[in-house]
Design a protein around this ligand. Structure first.
Ligand code: ISE
Length: 337
């Protein structure tokens, strides 16, 4: 049994830097052994103060490094497949930020490679599964506390999206979280998706259609809607309201101190996903480390990565066709049963 994870973090951008800090300061049983970034200066900055860690510009060098026995991938999705394949070749535990890969075909190749290896090594970074309110809502659904779940209403709002964020990325970079959350909450696969592009905000960068409405149906007929709005200006908000036969459950509303001062009342809006899901990320990464030390995974699998990639593909098709598009999944391998 491995005593501690010595992690190569691939990608030192916004999410990578956040995970490096987390691994270094809050997670037990793991340390940062290497940081890889095409921008070597960025990698060097990221390892400052971390004794024994090396900064590299090639992921192959990191995965072959004698002091590395685990991988955390935090690069953009289109760069994931080759790192995943190499990590599987070396039988290393992997935490891969979402999406697993950008499309269903490449995600299926990863599933096939892992199936061939014969054990689950890849955990996908859907951190919402580790958020206390998501877990509580899942229990209410699973225990039928309020009867059957009928509908889910999701709001997913970001303050601003970068210029490079395309119309498609609203689906495959943002709504991918709701696809996984709907699967996690209901325990069912998604069967069809429709996307409506309505009146756009003038605050979106040129060529990016924002907001969008995504309509989803699951195997048993649960209907879900998602408002994805990535230039909402006022702050970060990820919330869900669930309608049951006997009641309604809402999660994700802003909390924190409620202040009355100088004739006004209120509190603060969460600024970004690091704050909104900070604790969930900590729990997620600790679950990965604890499981990896036992040769297991502690969260969503490559199958979940593949299933959500298939949803994204149907979603992007639906953006273009305006029609309800069905989600086609290959047969689930026994490894993921
Ligand atoms: C980003 O990559 C995330 O994962 C955030 O959770 C999400 O809110 C945002 O829309 C994505 O771009």
């Amino acid at each position: 049994m491995t005593e501690s994870l010595r992690v190569a973090v691939i990608g030192a951008g916004r999410m990578g830097a956040d995970h490096i800090k987390r691994l270094h300061t809050r997670i037990h049983g793991a340390e940062v052994a290497a940081v890889v970034d095409v921008d070597l200066v960025r990698a060097q900055t990221a390892i400052e103060g971390i004794r024994g860690a090396v900064a590299l510009s090639s992921f192959t060098e990191a995965l072959d490094h004698e002091n590395v026995n685990a991988v955390l991938i935090a690069t953009p999705g289109f760069l994931h497949e080759e790192v995943l394949v190499k990590a599987l070749d070396k039988d290393l535990p992997v935490l891969c930020e979402k999406p697993l890969t950008p499309d269903a075909e490449s995600s299926w190749r990863v599933v096939e490679a892992e199936t061939k290896l014969g054990r689950k090594r890849i955990q996908v970074g859907f951190m919402r599964r580790f958020d206390a309110e998501y877990m509580a809502l899942r229990s209410v659904i699973g225990d039928h506390e309020l009867g059957e779940l009928l509908m889910l209403h999701h709001q997913h709002r970001n303050p601003a999206a970068p210029e490079s964020f395309t119309t498609e990325m609203l689906i495959n970079d943002s709504v991918v979280h709701e696809f996984d959350a709907i699967r996690f909450l209901t325990g069912e696969e998604i069967t069809s998706i429709q996307v409506r592009l309505g009146k756009p905000t003038r605050n979106a960068p040129a060529g990016q259609h924002d907001p969008q409405q995504v309509l989803v149906e699951t195997e048993s007929g649960v209907l879900a809607d998602v408002e994805i709005y990535v230039n909402a200006r006022y702050g970060y908000e990820v919330a869900t309201q669930a309608s049951f036969e006997e009641g309604i459950v809402s999660i994700g509303r802003d909390g924190g101190p409620y202040t009355r001062y100088a004739g006004r009342w209120g509190g603060s809006v969460t600024p970004g996903f690091e704050e909104r899901f900070g604790t969930a990320y900590d729990v997620e990464v600790q679950a990965w480390v604890d499981a990896a030390l036992k040769g297991e995974i502690g969260g969503p699998s490559a199958w979940d990565g593949y299933a959500t990639a298939a949803c994204c593909e149907a979603g992007i098709k639906a953006q273009k066709s305006g029609k309800n598009e069905s989600v086609a999944l290959n047969q689930k391998p026994a490894l993921y049963a």
